[in-house]
Write a protein that binds this ligand. Structure first.
Ligand SMILES: Nc1ncnc2c1ncn2[C@@H]1O[C@H](COP(=O)(O)OP(=O)(O)OP(=O)(O)O)[C@@H](O)[C@H]1O
Length: 592
């Protein structure tokens, strides 16, 4: 990774278009900011001329009231315009960041599951929190500042020329020198900053993974190794940031010294011309004021060019995320109107599924009917395609060929939400969402009544344990405050509470406490009486009473039948049961 980072080129100016797309919605504010900035610059440009007017008035002995008053007006106007510009552009900058963040979050939540799973969560988070910050100035005030600084530089040079051409010649030497220096060094600075940002993204990914698996990390005595991986990225970020600091420090020091040197040269050469009577003192003073003024726009140009270059790199990374493929949410589909009541709940017809980058299909020509009522258990060795089958029904993955139908309507004719309206799902990891126990349980059905919640908690035998908590259902729930079994039962309660035609359950493991096992079996049986339940089963207790057991192997369905039928006719099933792969209890084997 280090090597690829090191070879990463500086962001290309041709990608400015990507950055400008973030600025486009805020064009009116940016134009207002530009007008305010240009008016402020006009006030700045007028000030040395008015100062010369004050000095010339001193020579003539006329009243100083007019020029002094003009200076004060210029000061106030300049301050008001500067403040207004700051507010207008600052507001636009924050809006750019907000727009980018909210569009990224929307995109992530709408993206397909495989496209998200192919990236680390930490990297995705870094894009939202950190990269968007780099857009702040780059996609808002930078363009205005560059235009304004260019106008101020040109205006200052013109007025310097009006005052004294030979002195302008001396100044131009310093300006050209500083410009060449920045043109050479700026791309190196922004390339280093882009690499810093890349390393931060990688750091986020590694740190997130390490913290997520903190128990495994500790038990594996891997704190130092994980720490080293994270700090390698941090050190990489530091290395690139230090390069940026060193190059910046050198560029600025040399440029400032050149400009200061030119001021000394202007002073010396100007004083000589004043002594020769070729120039008035007031002209020299006005010229010097312009020379000092020039420092502002020159440094502004350099700073904003750097910020635009970092912004381009961030904009490209953000655009890449914004082009993640999304699920289909746009069509409003009336499933009921399309439904064929006689059709099965779900039907797979010759479905083949392949994962990106894998040449072996995970499902091969699978045909299966899931009726509207009853319990279907799916069993098979690891890698047989059980999870892929569930993912296909849930529409997390799309078949390469074949068709999936809901009540006789092809998935292609339905949007993803319309499909999932009919489904409830308990995933293997049984995740806890942020919030209280109540929020976790009603997550899949926010309109559930208290009675419904209590009933489902009783069914999953969670009622007593939750009642014993100080705040009952309103106790904040964190992953660590729950036992594994309770977590599984909460996830099950969440799915059972949701009114759905089909409950899909990916059983975590065969190892679960007896209370959880009994509660889950009861919940499955209860639901199977009125609706459809499909489980990926690892426990004989789940499988044995299923109405249909689907035996999968190598992406195909080998056999379908009940427990007794399969014990008779399917070697693989019998082997799985006899070898205890569907359970650990010897007692269970003897039972069957
Ligand atoms: N995201 C993925 N990318 C590439 N290949 C995958 C992906 N997920 C699964 N596979 C492959 O697809 C095949 C079927 O995997 P699947 O997870 O569906 O099997 P499974 O029967 O659920 O296995 P297990 O019981 O171990 O969970 C396997 O060969 C697996 O390596």
């Amino acid at each position: 990774m280090l090597e690829s980072d090191a070879s990463q080129p500086a962001p290309k100016w041709s990608n400015l278009r990507v950055l400008s797309e973030f600025a486009r919605p805020h064009l009116p504010s940016l134009l207002l900011g530009l007008v305010l900035a240009l008016c402020g610059s006009a006030a700045t440009l007028a000030t040395p001329m008015v100062t010369k007017w004050v000095l010339d008035t001193l020579d003539t002995g006329a009243s100083l009231k007019g020029p002094i008053l003009t200076l004060v007006v210029l000061l106030i106007v300049g301050a008001v315009l500067g403040c207004a510009q700051w507010i207008v552009l600052g507001t636009a900058a924050e809006k750019v960041v907000f727009d980018a963040r909210s569009s990224l979050v929307r995109r992530f939540l709408a993206a397909t599951v495989p496209s998200l799973q192919s990236r680390s969560v930490g990297e995705l988070v870094t894009r939202v929190t950190s990269d968007t910050l780099l857009l702040r100035e780059a996609a808002s005030s930078a363009a205005v500042n560059i235009l304004n600084a260019a106008a101020l530089t040109i205006g200052t040079i013109v007025l310097m020329g009006v005052l004294d051409l030979p002195l302008l010649g001396v100044t131009m030497v310093a300006i050209v020198f500083a410009s060449i220096l920045f043109a050479v060094l700026m791309p190196r600075i922004s390339a280093a900053e882009a690499r810093t940002q890349e390393s931060l993204g990688q750091l986020g990914g590694v740190l997130e993974g390490g913290l997520r698996a903190i128990r495994t990390v500790k038990v594996s005595l891997a704190e130092d190794r994980v720490g080293a991986l994270v700090t390698n990225n941090a050190s990489d970020a530091k290395k690139h940031a230090i390069t940026a600091v060193r190059v910046s420090a050198t560029a600025w020091t040399v440029a400032w010294t050149a400009i200061q040197g030119s001021i000394i040269a202007i002073l010396g050469f100007g004083a000589w011309r004043v002594a020769d009577g070729e120039m008035a003192v007031s002209t020299l003073i006005a010229f010097l004021l312009y020379a000092f003024t020039l420092m502002g726009p020159v440094s502004e140009l350099a700073q904003n060019v750097t910020s635009v270059q970092s912004g381009i790199a961030a904009a490209i990374r953000i655009r890449e995320m914004q082009s993640l493929p999304t699920e289909q949410y746009d069509e409003v589909v009336d499933v009921v109107a399309k439904t064929n009541a006689a059709a099965p709940l779900i039907e797979l017809r010759d479905v083949t599924v392949s994962y990106h980058g894998s040449n072996q299909p995970a499902l091969r020509d699978v045909s299966l009917v899931i009726p509207t009522r009853g319990h279907m258990a799916i069993v098979g060795p690891s890698g047989a395609g059980k999870t892929t089958l569930l993912s296909t029904v849930l529409r997390f993955v799309e078949p390469r060929s074949g068709e999936v139908l809901l009540h006789g309507v092809g998935y292609d004719a339905l949007d993803h939400r319309a499909v999932r309206e009919s489904l409830a799902y308990v995933e293997q990891e049984t995740p806890v969402v942020p919030g209280t126990i109540r929020e976790n349980v009603v997550f899949s059905h926010p309109d559930a009544t208290d009675e419904e919640v209590q009933a489902v908690l009783r069914l999953l035998r969670l009622d007593d344990a939750i009642e014993a908590l100080p705040n009952g259902l309103d106790t904040a729930l964190t992953a660590t405050s729950l036992s594994g079994g309770q977590r599984q039962r909460i996830a099950m309660a969440r799915a059972v509470l949701r009114p759905s035609a089909l409950l899909l359950l990916d059983e975590a493991t065969a190892q679960v406490d007896t209370l959880t096992e009994a509660a889950i079996v009861d919940a499955i049986n209860e639901r199977a009486r009125t609706g459809a339940v499909v489980t990926i089963a690892h426990r004989l207790s789940t499988v044995r009473d299923a109405d249909w057991i689907v035996v999968m192997e190598d992406g195909r369905i080998r056999n379908i039948g009940n427990h007794d039928e399969l014990m008779d006719k399917d070697d693989l099933y019998r082997d799985m049961v006899v070898a205890g792969r569907l359970d650990q209890g010897e007692a269970m084997l003897e039972d069957c």
